[in-house]
Ligand binder design. Structure first.
Ligand code: IMP
Length: 400
C-alpha cells in the first residue's frame, strides 16, 4: 500500500503523463489534484497516441480507477468530450473507473471569456500566456467563495444555467464524495497515485509569480486537492526533462536562442499539447530542480526525454546563477532578480549514440551515465527512473 505523488519539477510538460501511465499499471487509483484542461498529456501505447487534458492517463488501464479530485477545476463540456473520445477509441470509461469530486469547481463560459479578454488586455511584457481555458478566473471565483461546485449537478432543486442543466444526466453519475472514497480506499490497502498537472515553477506560491498558473501543482497541493492528509503520503516523485522547456511568458535563465535551442525543440517535438504553441527550450537548470526538490520534499527523481540529447556533442547543466556580480545557488524569490539571473554552466561531453533501445543502466553509453550521475549529484535526489522515448517500453528503472 503506497501513496505516491508525481509532480513536475520545471514548467510543466516534463512527461508526467507517460510516468503516470507507467506507474498506473501497478496502481489501484490515480488522482488528479489541481489544474484543469490547461494540462496536456500525451501517452503513446504501441501505435496509438492519446492526448488527454483532464482525465488522468491511468484511464488506459481497465483495472485502474481515475479520480478527478476536489482541487481540480472542471469544464464539463471538455470532460464529456474526453470521455466520448476515449470510448470512441475503445477505452472503457464509466462511473466504475472514473469518479469526480462533488467539491471540484466548474469552469463556466464566463471564465473562459474573462481569461481570454484579460489576457488580450494585458500589455506586452505583462502577458502571462495563459492557455485561455478559463482556469484562473474559475479559481478566482473559488477563492472568492462565489464559484459553482460539481455538487450542483446532484441537486434537483438548484438548476444551474440552461446549458449546464442539459449536461446534468451525463455528468451526475460520475460525481462522488471523493474524500471519503479515497480515505476508505487507503484504509482498504489500495495503492494511490496523486498526479499533479503543470509544474513547480508554475505553482502560484512557489513558481515565478505572476507568470504562473492559479493552483498548487507542488506536493502540498496533492493533500488539499485530494483530501488525503500529509501523513498519508509515502513518496514524492519529481519528473524532470533532461533539458528545460517553458510555454508562455516569464523568466527562463537557461533559454537558448541558438541552433541548440532549435535542435531541442525539433528533436523533442516541443509543441504544446493543449495550445500547439512552440515551447521555449534550454539547458537543464539544477537551481530550478533543487528548488523543486525542496518545496516538494522529493524522494525520487525521474528523468525523461534523455534520448532527445542523443545527437548533441556537448551538453550544459546550469549549476548556479550570476547575479549582480555574485554566484547564487538558490532560486531568487524576487521575479525582478530572477529575470536578471545569468546561468553558470558546467559543460559535459554528449554520448552521440542512440539510447532509445537501452533497457538497463548498463546498456547506456558511459557519457549518458555520467550525465545522469551529475544530475543526481547537483540536484541531490536519487534518480529512480530514466525514460528514453515515448513508448511504455522505453523506460529504465532502478530500485523499484
Ligand atoms: P493558465 O494555467 O492557462 O492560467 O496559464 C498560466 C501559465 O501556465 C501559462 O504560462 C501557461 O502556458 C502555463 N501552463 C498551464 N498549463 C500548462 C501545462 O500543462 N504545461 C505547461 N504550461 C502550462
Amino acid at each position: 500500500m503506497t501513496v505516491r505523488v508525481v509532480v513536475g519539477t520545471q514548467w510543466g510538460d516534463e512527461g508526467k503523463g507517460k510516468i503516470t501511465d507507467l506507474l498506473a499499471a501497478n496502481t489501484d487509483i490515480v488522482v488528479r489534484y489541481q489544474g484543469g484542461n490547461n494540462a496536456g498529456h500525451t501517452v503513446i501505447v504501441g501505435q496509438e497516441v492519446f492526448k488527454l487534458h483532464l482525465i488522468p492517463s491511468g484511464i488506459l488501464f481497465p483495472n485502474t480507477v481515475c479520480v478527478i479530485g476536489n482541487g481540480v477545476v472542471v469544464d464539463p463540456e471538455v470532460l464529456l468530450a474526453e470521455i466520448e473520445m476515449l470510448r470512441g477509441r475503445g477505452v472503457q470509461v464509466s462511473p466504475d473507473n472514473l469518479k469526480i469530486s462533488s467539491a471540484a469547481h466548474l469552469i463556466l463560459a464566463k471564465h473562459k471569456k474573462h481569461d481570454q479578454e484579460q489576457e488580450a488586455g494585458r500589455a506586452d511584457g505583462q502577458k502571462i500566456g495563459t492557455t485561455g481555458r478559463g482556469i484562473g478566473p474559475a479559481y478566482v471565483d473559488k477563492i472568492d467563495r462565489s464559484g459553482a461546485r460539481l455538487e450542483i449537478f446532484l441537486r434537483q432543486d438548484a438548476p444551474p444555467d440552461e446549458q449546464l442543466a442539459g449536461l446534468r444526466d451525463k455528468i451526475a453519475p460520475y460525481i462522488i464524495d471523493s474524500v471519503k472514497y479515497l480515505n476508505e480506499a487507503l484504509a482498504a490497502g489500495k495503492n494511490i497515485l496523486l498526479e499533479g498537472a503543470q509544474g513547480t515553477m508554475l505553482d502560484v506560491d512557489h513558481g515565478t509569480y505572476p507568470f504562473v498558473t492559479s493552483s498548487n501543482p507542488t506536493a502540498g497541493g496533492a493533500c488539499t486537492g485530494s483530501g488525503l492528509g500529509p501523513t498519508k503520503i509515502d513518496e514524492v516523485w519529481g519528473v524532470v526533462k533532461a533539458y528545460s522547456t517553458r510555454v508562455g511568458a516569464g523568466p527562463f535563465p537557461t533559454e537558448l536562442f541558438d541552433a541548440d535551442g532549435e535542435y531541442l525543440r525539433a528533436a523533442g517535438a516541443e509543441f504544446g499539447t493543449t495550445t500547439g504553441r512552440a515551447r521555449r527550450c534550454g539547458w537543464f537548470d539544477a537551481v530550478v530542480v533543487k528548488h523543486a526538490a525542496r518545496v516538494n520534499g522529493l524522494t525520487d527523481l525521474v528523468i525523461t526525454k534523455l534520448d532527445v540529447l542523443d545527437k548533441l556533442p556537448k551538453l550544459k547543466i546550469c549549476t548556479a546563477y550570476a547575479l549582480d556580480g555574485q554566484a547564487v545557488a538558490d532560486l531568487p524569490t524576487d521575479l525582478v532578480l530572477f529575470s536578471r539571473a545569468q546561468p553558470i554552466y558546467l559543460e559535459m561531453d554528449g554520448w552521440q549514440k542512440d539510447t532509445t533501445q537501452c533497457r538497463s543502466f548498463s546498456e547506456l553509453p558511459s557519457e549518458a551515465l555520467k550525465y545522469i550521475a551529475k544530475l543526481q549529484e547537483v540536484v541531490g535526489v536519487k534518480i529512480t527512473l530514466v525514460s528514453t522515448g515515448p513508448d511504455r517500453a522505453q523506460a529504465i528503472r532502478r530500485d523499484i
